[in-house]
Design a protein around this ligand. Structure first.
Ligand code: HAM
Length: 423
């Protein structure tokens, strides 16, 4: 039996990978103008990081983590998300000593044992960013503006931004009491995992993926009705700033996000064009995460976008990144393989995409191959050309022929003559 890729994982083939590279490049370029620096953390971490950071009553930790003992019996987990790891690295390397805010972005794979469907994989790609060291509502608006710019720069339209505030631990007490009462009145319809959550962290019942729990969540009290004066004025200021920068949004009191670390502002960018898994980006503030991981009282905020879902939206909207695969020059050989290979290697060292034959083709077949590959220019090198140190170079788009010396500079000069843009 042939071995196949594990369920929920995909091989990203050469054409498709151009879509990933495009999104990653645009997002990283946008990160630069927003003042973010890149960080890379390990694919696996100590399990405790996610239990503490993401929260041990979340779906992610309770049901979805790839957790296993390593050869020294330490519990290891493949990262299900990036925030906890980046927060750990921020603490471990004392990045809090840098002037605040510290702005970091990452481009990672994540692992969640979820039921695969369109837009939901077990190995997926996230582009995300985190800001540490400021509790100001202006950074909430800036983070949302950053995401908005990434989508704008990719060329994506029609995403809906939903925002909410889930308050702070103090205003959450009253909410939790009301929520618990409501959930207890629906106890028998909740799944067994949610029976445990009801006691320990009732808010997590609201993002359970179980169908019956989802129905109950729809009628639950909304946290926005319970937030304290400080959290309310923070949220109002975020809205004012979003209005000021011209970003439209809906207030959606049902957003609670699926991870425990969130406080105050939470947000999601949603597409209606890609089916049930329409949330292309999620994020929010997490003012207690650093403390939870053993650090000081350092507020934070961030987001992560799912690259696979963004590509689904790009495809739905006909956004195709322009990538040229045309060789700049195809050098055909008439019995002068050594001279041709040496020229091709020299041109490549000089940044020119040069191709030649490696299949023993006849000269005619080599020229046919040059056309099939879409080469912009072609040359034929035989003994006479080598002796003369000169050859013809043909513009494959308009058929014009010029003469060139057989040195890299002369060939490069000829290649800089215009050819047609890619279709
Ligand atoms: P999240 O909402 O769990 O948040 O994931 C962020 C995004 O990753 C989602 O909106 C979605 O686009 C994508 N995503 C999540 N799970 C899958 C999956 N199984 N398959 C494909 N795509 C998926 C976080 O991960 C937080 N760390 C975001 C954050 C950063 N909050 C603050 N800072």
């Amino acid at each position: 039996m042939k071995i196949k890729a594990p369920r929920g994982t995909v091989d990203i083939l050469p054409d498709e990978i151009e879509n990933y590279k495009y999104v990653q490049r645009v997002a990283a370029e946008t990160a630069r103008v927003f003042g973010f620096s890149e960080i890379s953390t390990p694919v696996f971490e100590h399990t405790e990081l996610f239990e503490r950071g993401v929260g041990d009553t979340t779906d992610v930790v309770q049901k979805e983590m790839y957790t296993f003992p390593d050869k020294s019996e330490r519990s290891i987990t493949l990262r299900p998300e990036g925030t906890a790891s980046v927060a750990r690295a921020y603490l471990e390397h004392s990045l809090y000593a840098l002037p605040a805010p510290v702005k970091l972005f990452y481009d990672i794979t994540c692992y969640r044992y979820e039921k695969p469907q369109t837009g939901r994989l077990r190995e997926f790609h996230q582009f995300g960013a985190e800001v540490f060291g400021t509790a100001e509502p202006s950074i909430d608006a800036e983070i949302i503006a950053f995401v908005n710019s990434i989508f704008k720069n990719i060329g994506i339209k029609n995403l809906v931004l939903n925002i909410n505030s889930i308050g702070c631990p103090s205003c959450r007490k009253e909410f939790n009491a009301a929520l618990t009462e409501y959930l207890k009145s629906n106890y028998d319809s909740l799944c067994t995992t949610c029976h445990g959550r009801l006691e320990r962290n009732p808010m997590r019942v609201l993002d359970c993926k179980n169908k019956s729990c989802k129905q109950i969540a729809e009628g639950a009290p909304a946290i926005l009705d319970f937030i304290c004066t400080d959290c309310r004025s923070h949220f109002e200021e975020v809205q004012k700033l979003l209005n000021a920068v011209g970003i439209s949004y809906n207030i959606d009191p049902s957003i609670v996000r699926g991870l425990d670390y969130y406080t105050r502002t939470v947000f999601e960018f949603v597409s209606t064009e890609i089916g049930a898994q329409g949330t292309v980006c999620g994020g929010g503030r997490y003012d207690n995460l650093i403390e939870l991981l053993g650090g000081g009282e350092i507020p934070g905020i961030g987001f992560a976008m799912g690259i696979e879902r963004i590509i689904l939206v790009m495809k739905a909207q006909g956004i195709v990144p322009k990538v040229s695969k045309r060789p700049d020059v195809y050098i055909a050989s008439a019995g002068e393989g050594g001279a041709v290979l040496s020229l091709v290697c020299g041109l490549r060292d000089a940044g020119v995409y040069a191709e030649c034959d490696h299949a023993g083709r006849s000269l005619k077949a080599q020229m046919k191959n040059a056309g099939r590959m879409g080469a912009r220019f072609s040359m034929v090198i035989g003994g006479d050309e080598v002796v003369a140190g000169k050859a013809n170079i043909k513009n494959m788009d308009d058929g014009t022929v010029a003469q060139t010396g057989l040195d890299i500079l002369s060939i490069k000069n000829n290649l800089s003559q215009g050819t047609k843009e890619d279709e």
